[in-house]
Design a protein around this ligand. Structure first.
Ligand code: SF4
Length: 692
């Protein structure tokens, strides 16, 4: 590119939580290309989503370009001025609050938007709505990690950096994670590590790309993670492979755990998981005897009705083998969306203020009351997945959603639509007319990551800058505003005197109230010091270097808790009427609802339609051929999709991506919730498939 024709803006990829760094190449206020940068998590690599899917959506003609209010009589959206839209939103929310109380309102923040935006959303919900009913979409992906790791280790985040767990390690235990598709740059680094001699154990009901490089693939039955982990720990204890010194000095609960796993003999576990006991024994020995061996996991562990206990099982294995608090080890959830870690860190959680400071702690509430100058609710709010049933019951009357699309992403679509239609008033701040936005009363147009300043926190707790590359307010077709300005304006219209703030000033307020972010500022992130290696929280003072590895010498909770847990089957299993397991997940070419990647024609040409993977034996029995249209049904709904017949999944099992509106698998999935973190059981439900 000729320098005089273009500018380059260093920023962070807006798709997955790997947090790859790249330069947006801008010509005449339009992004024309993406060039990989040497970031701490990507080292010059990018995947197809980052490379091709990062800018078409910014300039898409489908963008919502001005505020819209639904005409109650016609059901059509009509253009409104900002004053009309914001006055209506503020007055309606305050009317509901007056009539039904603060807890009849709820507001979700966006896990794809910058930390500063999320902070302002939860501040608005807490100060103006007067409730802790705030959440983000971590609720449906990694809330089990936040809860499970916090309970066992004291902090609900990835323990080690990506580079550390993918370079120079002896073995990797990869559980319920398909990084080559969901976190491709991490996947590339794992593949390179294996090619350089690292042993790989894949635990997954499905063949994934990395399976062919694995030393061991335990193709367990869906929903049996806890039995698998208990079996591993049974072997480690029986064969004296555990780190006794670490267990004695740094953990509690060993006796109770040993008592539980005593029953999980290799024979019993092999039967539950449908695997060979010899391979389980081999896996336990390989992991336990390796010096540097991280556990890397993803939604295959968390998205179960026992997801939190599944996460605790990962912690248990690592603690038993002394593989925490040191290089090349740890328990490492690969977080999903670009800023889902940050959305939790920023307090978009019903139980926690920013920095995981508890709503139940009176000193914490007092601190925020003093800083924000209003009385705050002392009661934890309800989780996002409980907001929908509460709306159907009439307990939640008003909902504000900032950049989420639960109609596509949440389990049991029928019940989500019913819930949204039950609301008295529903507002969404969005880039596109999503399936969820269509049900709103007011739509406020949002701005994309390329139009604003801010920060994203990637999966390894690294806070990285997002920088403004283009300004679409110069385009006469657009009447849009900065998202934080919209929220600040709304707060004032609802009676809270929120002063105008830039993104950098918002980060300064976050740092002043959040000990783990105390040393983080835009100024510091923009400095030479952070040019190569942005800060990883906890970063507790202006001269703190950040914390690459957590739990060194001591767990955040003091002693690590070896949490004993029994295997219990998933809430809905195949039966005569619905004889097949359904699992769900992501593919390489799209991100979540494909609201962004779906605007890149090249990606849609490669993968543009829903499909269902079936085993060839089941397909033969049902008379279904590869590529044929089929009908898939569960107790909750029926969809049409296309069969992909092969051996990726075992007989009796099926798998679908959730990105596509035609035949979205979430019409079928089960909203059975985990008792600790309220995550739905996306990964296991029972369906039938029929030839059309
Ligand atoms: Fe990196 Fe993820 Fe973006 Fe791909 S989608 S470029 S792996 S951050």
């Amino acid at each position: 590119y000729r320098e005089w024709q273009t500018k380059k803006v260093r920023t962070t990829c807006p798709h997955c939580a790997t947090g790859c760094q790249y330069d947006l190449v801008v010509k005449d206020n339009k992004i024309v290309d993406v060039i990989a940068a040497d970031g701490p998590s990507n080292h010059g690599k990018l995947c197809v989503k980052g490379r091709s899917g990062s800018f078409d959506f910014v300039h898409s003609p489908d963008r919502i370009k001005y505020p819209l209010i639904k005409n109650k009589k016609t059901g059509e959206f009509e253009r409104a001025s900002w004053d009309e839209a914001l006055d209506l939103v503020a007055s309606k929310f305050m009317e509901i609050k007056k009539k039904y109380g603060s807890d009849s309102l709820a507001g979700f923040a966006c896990s794809r938007s910058p930390n500063e935006d999320v902070y302002m959303v939860q501040k608005m919900v807490r100060t103006c709505f007067g409730t802790n009913n705030t959440d983000n979409c971590a609720r449906v992906c990694h809330s089990a990690s936040v809860a499970g790791l916090a309970m066992t280790l004291g902090s609900g985040a990835m323990t080690n950096p990506i580079y550390d767990i993918t370079h120079d390690v002896d073995a990797i235990l990869l559980v319920g994670s398909n990084p080559e598709e969901a976190h491709p740059v991490v996947g590339m680094q794992i593949r390179q590590a294996v090619q350089n001699g690292t042993k790989l154990i894949v635990v997954d009901p499905r063949d994934i790309g990395l399976t062919k490089y694995a030393d061991i693939h335990l193709k367990i039955e869906p929903g049996t993670n806890i039995a698998f982990a208990n079996g591993m720990m049974h072997i480690m204890i029986e064969e004296n492979l555990i780190d006794k010194k670490f267990v004695e000095e740094r953990t509690e609960g060993f006796e109770e755990l040993a008592e539980i796993v005593k029953d999980y003999t290799p024979e019993k576990v092999a039967k539950i998981c449908h695997i060979e006991k010899e391979r389980l024994i081999e896996a336990a020995r390989m992991y336990a005897t390796a010096n540097k061996a991280p556990i890397i996991y993803c939604l295959g562990v968390t998205e179960h009705s026992e997801g939190t206990r599944g996460v605790m099982s990962m912690s248990n294995m690592a603690m038993l083998c002394g593989k925490l608090g040191r290089e090349g080890c740890g328990v490492n959830p690969l977080r999903g969306q670009n800023n889902v870690q940050g959305a939790c860190d920023m307090g978009a959680m019903p139980t926690d203020f920013p920095g995981y400071q508890k709503v139940k702690n009176p000193d914490v509430v007092k601190k925020f009351e003093e800083a924000w100058g209003v009385e705050l609710s002392k009661e934890p709010g309800i989780h996002a997945t409980d907001v929908f049933p509460a709306a159907i019951e009439g307990k939640i009357k008003g909902l504000y959603i900032y950049g989420e699309d639960p109609v596509v992403t949440d389990a049991d679509t029928t019940h989500i639509i019913k819930a949204l239609k039950s609301l008295d008033f529903f507002v969404i701040q969005e880039l596109f007319m999503t399936e969820t936005a269509q049900l709103a009363d007011v739509i406020l147009p949002g701005m994309s990551y390329a139009e604003k300043e801010g920060t994203f926190s990637n999966t390894e707790r690294r806070v990285q800058r997002v920088r403004k590359a283009v300004d679409l307010t110069q385009n006469p077709e657009f009447d849009i505003r900065l998202d934080t300005d919209i929220i600040i304006d709304l707060m004032n219209r609802m009676g809270y005197p929120q002063k105008q703030m830039t993104s950098a000033e918002i980060m300064d307020e976050i740092a002043s109230l959040t000990p783990s972010f105390a040393g983080i500022s835009h100024e510091r992130l923009d400095s030479e010091e952070c040019a190569k290696n942005a800060l990883q929280w906890p970063c507790t003072s202006k001269d703190h270097p950040g914390t690459p590895i957590m739990h060194v010498g001591k767990f955040s909770r003091g002693l690590g808790w070896l949490y004993p847990t029994e295997y219990t089957p998933s809430k809905e299993l195949p039966d005569e009427e619905y004889p097949l397991f359904l699992m769900t997940g992501r593919i390489l070419y799209h991100y979540t609802t494909r609201a962004m990647t779906g605007r890149t024609p090249g990606l849609m040409e490669i993968e543009g339609k829903s499909f269902i993977e079936m085993n060839e034996q089941d397909a033969d029995r049902l008379g279904i051929k590869d590529g044929e249209l089929v009908k898939a049904s569960s107790r909750r709904g029926t969809i049409q999709t296309t069969a992909r017949v092969g051996t990726k999944v075992s007989p009796g099992e099926t798998w679908m991506p959730f990105h596509f509106p035609d035949g979205n698998c979430n019409w079928l999935t089960n909203a059975a919730l985990d008792p600790f973190c309220r995550i739905p059981e996306y990964k296991v439900c029972a369906i039938k498939v029929e030839k059309i």
